[in-house]
Design a binder for this molecule. Structure first.
Ligand SMILES: [Zn+2]
Ligand SMILES: [Zn+2]
Length: 243
């Protein structure tokens, strides 16, 4: 009772508003309908493996140049938003300005994929697995942005969050590395957490949740570890933004 009162009071003092246009909004997902719709979504046609979008018509089995030379440890990857000033500004706010609430705005967009991509329609017994950060980086940032996204997404799609992976090696920041350097950089970076055994029987598959999918090297390294326990087609990737 008292907690609700506190929350109500906060809403009166600080009414929720849109992150972009500052317009007051009813729901607390931090984007008004117009600003949300203005952000470009990844739409068909896109590569059925890595989620890269293409102009024109492509065949379902088309393997794009972006991923054709990669050995994928996951079934497929999908992202919700195209990389744009707006989508990257949400990511930047979340990751570097500690605006954790923006995870909710991004999760709303990610949840749309469950509605419009039929490959996400039979995942009732799956779980959401955030990409782990090394504890040092998480400590500096205050939280793990992939975990924040997974937690918000969990409320919308009703799948549990399971932190099955652990980052055991702190790696150099990947931004300036080529794909091969990224793969090398990630060797031995992830491990299954001991709790894994407890959850294994409860999930048929996993959806790896990440903020930005660029080369896919990080998620691929995570999928390779999960592949010790799950068939490859039961490991898929969902990112907020396709970098
Ligand atoms: Zn707005
Ligand atoms: Zn591809």
């Amino acid at each position: 009772m008292r907690r609700n009162f506190g929350r109500e009071l906060l809403r009166i003092l600080y009414p929720p508003h849109c992150y972009f246009c500052q317009q007051a909004i009813e729901e607390d997902h931090y984007l008004c309908g117009d600003c949300s719709q203005d952000m470009a979504r990844v739409e068909m046609p896109y590569c059925q493996y890595c989620g890269e979008s293409y102009d024109g018509v492509i065949e379902a089995q088309f393997r794009c140049p972006n991923c054709s030379d990669m050995e994928l440890a996951y079934g497929f990857a999908r992202a919700s938003l195209v990389s744009s000033e707006a989508s990257l500004s949400l990511i930047y706010g979340l990751k570097y300005q500690k605006q954790r609430h923006l995870a909710r705005a991004l999760a709303f967009c990610m949840a749309e994929v469950f509605e419009n991509d039929e490959r996400f329609m039979n995942v009732e017994n799956w779980c959401l697995v955030p990409i782990p950060l090394h504890w040092k980086r998480q400590w500096r940032r205050g939280f793990n942005q992939s975990e924040a996204l997974a937690e918000e997404l969990s409320k919308l799609v009703h799948l549990p969050v399971r932190k099955l992976l652990k980052r055991v090696r702190s790696t150099k920041t990947q931004t300036r590395l080529s794909r091969n350097q990224r793969l090398e950089n990630l060797q031995g970076a992830f491990r299954l957490r001991p709790e894994f055994q407890r959850y294994k029987s409860q999930s048929e598959g996993v959806i790896l949740v990440d903020d930005v999918f660029t080369t896919g090297a990080t998620v691929n390294a995570c999928a390779a570890i999960l592949g010790q326990e799950f068939p490859r087609e039961n490991i898929v990737v969902l990112s907020a933004v396709r970098g």
